[in-house]
Design a protein around this ligand. Structure first.
Ligand code: NAP
Length: 309
């Protein structure tokens, strides 16, 4: 079957594209390799997405978006894309399950959390190191946790973690946070949060779980060992050091810059009929609200492209 558009990724950008495309009567297929929603699903309370009730979680917002998309008749499949041929017409998208063809493709594959690159980090992911406060905060009820990073994600999630942890220490590689001032203020005023400045993680040490974390002070070169308080026995590490775009399968097919797919506000890539929406696009502001905006634009541009074919 020939689709009008195949949307790869069902985070906010992909789902918004799906809503606009399906509502615009395009034969639409949305492919997602994991669960719907992307990164926002890990956010316990989304305060800056207009039109949502106080206390709405990322998952609440995504569930509503999925309902809307289905209501207008978009087809959804949980299949991971392994290969694409974007330059042909129709365009070909291969998954582990099959091969699909479409007149247009909207790439909305988002980004994945980055690692710090410290020694033994991979060994302890899920064994003391986490990338998701909503998922794992409850494991550290009344314990001490460390948050690595100084951006919006790190500071917001540190604030969230104070609901569970006894103490939250933010470890940042500079002496000034990158996070928005309003978010910084909340953290500075939170008595459960303290900071270790100018430091980055050098190494994680342990047997089954993280037992020790070695930090290096980047100004003095001095190493500090972080170990659990005797009564606690363990501590948690939550890393929020930015994201890498999910673009491996598109290498050599569309123009990219530092791994992000190049497009302006019109979401048009350098390949006719291929559009890119959300965090995976080259852009300044990566928010749910800008991702859904991209999704809407991409679907409308795809519709126009099909009309002109
Ligand atoms: P980010 O803004 O890229 O910040 C990453 C942080 O990690 C920076 O403080 C960076 O330090 C630090 N870092 C990077 N590599 C590191 C390493 N190897 N070791 C230690 N620290 C490292 O990422 P983000 O906070 O995830 O935010 C991503 C985007 O989403 C941003 O545009 C942000 O505004 C947006 N966002 C918005 C909200 C909101 O508005 N509510 C919430 C979450 C995210 P430096 O500062 O020294 O570079």
């Amino acid at each position: 079957m020939l689709y009008d558009t195949i949307i790869i990724g069902s985070g906010p950008a992909g789902l918004a594209a799906g809503l606009y495309a399906a509502r615009g009567k395009l034969k639409t297929l949305i492919l997602e390799k994991e669960m719907d929603g992307g990164q926002i699903v890990g956010t316990a309370e989304v305060e800056n997405y207009p039109g949502t009730k106080a206390g709405s979680s990322g998952l609440d917002i995504i569930n509503t978006m999925v309902e809307q998309v289905k209501h207008f008749g978009a087809e959804k499949k949980q299949e991971g894309v392994i290969e694409v041929d974007l330059k042909s017409q129709p365009k070909k998208v291969k998954t582990e399950e099959g091969e699909y063809e479409a007149k247009t493709v909207i790439i909305a594959t988002g980004a994945l959390p980055r690692n710090t690159g410290a020694v033994n980090e991979d060994k302890f992911i899920g064994r003391g190191i986490s990338f998701c406060a909503t998922c794992d905060a409850a494991f550290y009820e009344d314990l001490h946790v460390y948050v690595i990073g100084g951006g919006d994600s790190a500071v917001e999630e540190a604030i969230y973690l104070t609901k569970y942890a006894r103490k939250v220490t933010i470890v940042h590689r500079r002496d000034e946070l990158r996070a928005a001032k309003s978010i910084q203020e909340k953290a500075f005023n939170n008595p459960k949060i303290d900071f270790i400045w100018d430091s980055q993680v050098k190494e994680f040490v342990g047997d089954m779980m993280v037992e020790k974390m070695i930090l290096t002070n980047l100004k003095t070169g001095e190493d500090t060992e972080i170990v659990p308080n005797e009564d606690d026995g363990i501590f948690g590490v939550f890393e929020f050091v930015g994201y890498s775009p999910n673009t491996k399968i598109f290498e050599g097919q569309v123009a990219m810059e530092k791994g992000y797919i190049v497009a302006g506000e019109d979401t048009k890539t350098d390949v006719d009929g291929v559009f890119v929406a959300g965090d995976v696009r080259t852009k300044d502001v990566r928010q749910v609200v800008t991702a859904v905006s991209d999704g809407a634009v991409a679907a409308l541009k795809a519709e126009k492209y099909i009309d002109e074919l």
